[in-house]
Design a protein around this ligand. Structure first.
Ligand code: F6R
Length: 241
């Protein structure tokens, strides 16, 4: 696991984008695994700027997103599909038919999980972008999730709902369930870039990088992946010193 400590959020995005730019230039048919949340937005801004400058193109790029809330209606501004359109896809030359986000409104959620697992296995990301929860979750794999899980439905922990309540008008509106890629799906990616900032992530970052590999900190499994780059600011890296 390679850890890069940057001075601030903007530099995290720029550094993460150096890896992304190289990938997009060398492999214009790549599959990108993408995340939502505040952590990768700086990277997405850099990706948009490169695309607008003609440095990269997404015409033949496919994407697979990590997760989606269950039960939010299509078009709701807190769905992760809306987030991805708004923060990236609407601003680059990608064909949206090539972008996948799990379907949190599927009538048969078990089938939706199986289809997503199969799709990811056939379209293994060349790079997977990750954030990390303050409890060490990756995607919505909360502490205690088995490392061999594939795409599944999760009951969100109260702390995660509270962390995400800032995006809703009240905590009661935060969904209680989500559909998420499992850790076994995520670990297939050829390369993983995890971005995080702020003191609130420092314990999770420490446990991920220096703690035992345990489902108590789902991100700790990344220690066993051969190609992980962690890009954080000094606050998030505070306990590593
Ligand atoms: C988002 C996701 C989550 C977030 C994590 C950090 O698709 O899977 O694991 O990466 O909750 O969220 P932020 O970046 O908002 O702190």
């Amino acid at each position: 696991m390679r850890i890069i400590i940057e001075k601030d959020y903007q530099d995290i995005g720029k550094t993460a984008n150096k890896f992304m730019r190289e990938l997009l230039i060398n492999n214009p048919n790549a599959t990108l695994g993408l995340a939502t949340g505040s952590s990768p937005v700086g990277l997405y801004k850099e990706m948009i700027a490169d695309n607008k400058a003609g440095i990269t193109t997404f015409k033949n790029i496919k994407t697979v997103n990590l997760d989606e809330y269950v039960g939010l209606p299509e078009g709701h501004d807190q769905t992760y599909r809306y987030f991805m359109n708004d923060n990236l896809f609407n601003h680059i030359d990608i064909d949206k038919n090539n972008t996948r986000v799990p379907n949190g409104m599927a009538e048969n959620l078990e089938n939706a999980c199986k289809e997503y697992t199969d799709y990811v296995a056939k379209n293994i990301p060349d790079v997977q972008i990750l954030g990390i929860g303050s409890n060490g979750h990756i995607a919505f794999n909360e502490p205690g999730t088995p490392f061999d899980a594939h795409t599944h439905i999760v009951t969100l922990k109260e702390g995660t709902r509270q962390d995400n309540a800032r995006f809703f008008s009240s905590i009661d509106e935060v969904p209680t369930h989500a559909i998420t890629m499992g850790i076994a799906d995520i670990m297939q990616a050829k390369m993983i870039i995890l971005v995080a900032n702020g003191i609130g992530k420092s314990k999770a970052i420490y446990d991920m990088a220096k703690g035992p590999i345990t489902t108590d900190c789902p991100a700790s499994i990344l220690q066993s992946h051969p190609n992980v780059v962690v890009i954080i600011d000094e606050s998030a890296g505070y306990l590593l010193k």
